[in-house]
Design a protein around this ligand. Structure first.
Ligand code: GAL
Length: 330
């Protein structure tokens, strides 16, 4: 009887907490701590986003302090409004899959859905502690928020690959963009039909950049990247091309260089094609190298016009995901 009462009280508490959480205003606040539906700090660093059946699924590095230090974790969250994030699960809790070393790394996970096989395929950067392995790791799951099974690792196009970004073009074709240090640049490469391999080199941009992100809007492709300064922010830059294969323009700053991209580093550009307007959101990480679990997120709608791209100074904003319209908030 007492146990039953306790369960009822706990249930009411959870329902009230969920109601309060979903009733909080849908405002994106760059740089502050973002909490999920459990009240825990969101762990989706160096992340990617997949729009699937009316929800956004955000995947990223889970750097929780409570994680087993021998394993590497990827978490998945879902949201309809890009503000209220429901924790789905740690979709990866991987022990060193290639006998690397205790400091091995798994970073920048990105998930694709293959419409032909029905599978969800995750790419991530796999490396040893010295960052000299330079491979991608591939995982699969038959559910978007299922447990992703480690499949293999390799060097895409036989090139060294460190930071990776994901891109799905308007025709549904899936690509990764990866940084290759020996060749000093970004490769844009198409995934194979089953998405389990990297098949075709589409472009090579000779510029030593990482944190690659791509978007296609109003007939132009925009690529954003950061310079190679590790966890420390630097002036991120962009270039454009009429086709993914180029020709690409020179790189220009996305924000006043003295702001160092307002302390952030690019991970993805998210295109929201609403009924009234198309909005592109810059997703950046504000890294805290001494406390990675407390790294923050800087998301801002980009100002994009006729080949110009600008990241405005961070401020609070709100998005109507149906219309694509943005409102500035206090
Ligand atoms: C950055 C990179 C991060 C992480 C970090 C480690 O350059 O973008 O994903 O690898 O270096 O120092």
């Amino acid at each position: 009887m007492r146990k039953c009462q306790f369960n009822a009280v706990a249930l009411v508490f959870l329902l009230v907490a969920a109601k309060v959480y979903s009733a909080t205003p849908a405002v994106v606040r760059p740089g502050v701590v973002w909490l999920d539906d459990r009240g825990q700090q969101i762990q989706a660093h160096g992340g990617g986003m997949l729009h699937w059946k009316d929800k956004y699924y955000w995947f990223g590095e889970d750097r929780s302090q409570s994680n087993d230090p021998a394993r590497r974790y990827v978490s998945c969250y879902s949201s309809r409004d890009l503000v209220h994030w429901k924790f789905r699960r740690q979709v990866v809790r991987l022990a060193d899959p290639e006998h690397l070393d205790p400091k091995w790394i798994l970073e920048r996970p990105k998930v694709f859905h293959n419409p032909h096989t029905g599978e969800f395929v995750m790419y991530a950067h796999l490396d040893n502690g010295a960052y000299s392995l330079a491979r991608v790791a591939v995982f699969v799951s038959d559910r978007i928020d299922g447990e992703y099974r480690y499949l293999k690792s390799f060097r895409p196009l036989d090139e060294e690959s460190r930071d990776i970004g994901q891109f799905i073009d308007d025709d549904g074709t899936a690509y990764i963009i990866f940084e290759s240090r020996p060749t000093k640049g970004f490769f844009i490469a198409q995934l194979s039909a089953d998405y389990l391999g990297v098949e075709k080199r589409v472009s090579f941009l000779k510029a030593p950049l990482e944190g690659g992100a791509l978007v296609h809007i109003n007939g132009l492709y925009y690529v954003v990247g950061s310079h190679l300064t590790g966890w420390h922010p630097n002036p991120n830059v962009y270039a454009t091309a009429p086709s993914l294969s180029g020709p690409w323009t020179e790189f220009k700053d996305i924000a006043p260089p003295e702001t160092n991209t307002y302390g952030s580093q690019s991970t993805m550009m998210l295109k929201i094609a609403g009924s009234k307007q198309t909005t592109v959101i810059y997703m950046g990480d504000i890294w805290r190298p001494a406390a990675l679990w407390d790294s923050r997120y800087l998301w801002m709608p980009l100002e994009i016009r006729d080949g110009d791209l600008r990241l405005p100074p961070p401020q609070n904003w709100n998005l109507d995901v149906k219309t694509g319209e943005i409102t500035q908030k206090q």
